[in-house]
Design a protein around this ligand. Structure first.
Ligand code: ZN
Length: 89
């Protein structure tokens, strides 16, 4: 995996879950962003839907739940729009 994955950043609206799960393969999850141009696993386009971490823990595989945790950690390390959304609360 030497190629750099590009992402659309997703601005979080009030009351909307921060996680995006690929509904096609159910094995990719991202935090406030979606991969472009398509899903890196199944290459589905516009297959991502918003979920809360609680929902993912409810029905997701262990792998998906682990990925969700990693995605959130990565997002918290990156300075960017997500940080300003958080402080505006
Ligand atoms: Zn997929």
């Amino acid at each position: 995996m030497s190629a750099t994955q590009s992402f659309w950043s997703v601005s979080q609206r009030a009351g909307e879950p921060a996680y995006r799960v690929c509904m096609s393969c159910l094995s990719e999850v991202f935090y406030l962003k979606v991969p472009m141009p398509d899903c890196p696993t199944c290459h589905g386009v516009s297959t991502y839907e918003a979920f809360t971490l609680e929902a993912i823990r409810d029905w997701g595989t262990e792998d998906l739940i682990a990925k969700a945790g990693i995605a959130q950690q990565e997002a918290s390390l990156e300075p960017g729009p997500a940080a300003s959304v958080k402080s505006a609360d």
